[in-house]
Design a protein around this ligand. Structure first.
Ligand code: GRF
Length: 197
């Protein structure tokens, strides 16, 4: 039986594509759902083109009512019956109650070398701090933001003329390599962190 993976996105979905395209052939998992909190997410059409079921739970009608948003989110996810949930550029903070339901089964990719630079604007903060390297981290999702056990990290150099944009462009291909590698290893029951390159 293949494991079922739900992928949650908010934007262009390039990490979602990397994950979905990795789940082919003898891979032990298959994507069962791509869900976005934004109807405008470019990744939705890309998922449909790959034949993956999609859903939208728009957070905006639930402004100020996180529980209402998460109730709807949970309903769509449970319909798809995933074994694992991969957050891939999903830009909503989830409550501890929601996260607890999927303890050990929900992953996230964050564009920094955690524990550095939790939250937003990671690349600009790494440059401003004078760091000489940056990267990305795949971790288990826990109630605290960008804080769960680390399952993998990939590093890139920061160059003297880097901007947040040029650094992001160097990190993103590493995200696309790291996230599928971690997913594959996790599906095989191995939570030992992967370090790239
Ligand atoms: C990635 O950099 C991811 O690490 C961050 O948001 C970006 C999403 O990109 N959380 P995409 O939607 O996967 O193209």
């Amino acid at each position: 039986m293949k494991k079922r993976v739900a992928i949650l996105i908010s934007g262009s979905g390039s990490n979602m594509i990397a994950l979905a395209e990795s789940m082919r052939g003898d891979h032990p998992a298959r994507p069962c759902l791509v869900l976005s909190n934004s109807p405008l997410a470019g990744g939705l059409a890309k998922a449909q083109a790959l034949g993956i079921p999609t859903a939208v739970v728009d957070h905006r009608p639930h402004k100020g009512d996180r529980a209402g948003f998460e109730t709807e989110l949970l309903a769509r996810i449970e319909e798809a019956g995933p074994d694992l949930i991969a957050l891939a550029g999903f830009m909503r903070v989830l409550t501890g109650d929601f996260v607890a339901r999927f303890e050990g089964r929900m992953l996230n990719i964050h564009p920094s070398l955690l524990p550095k630079y939790k939250g937003l604007d990671t690349h600009a903060r790494a440059i401003a701090a004078g760091d000489t390297e940056a990267g990305c981290t795949v971790h288990e999702v826990t109630a605290a933001l960008d804080d769960g056990p680390i399952l993998g990290q990939a590093r890139v150099p920061i160059l003297s003329d880097d901007t947040a944009e040029t650094l992001a462009a160097r990190v993103l291909p590493m995200e696309h390599a790291l996230y599928p590698a971690v997913l594959r290893r996790l599906c095989d029951g191995n939570r030992a962190p992967i370090y790239l390159p």
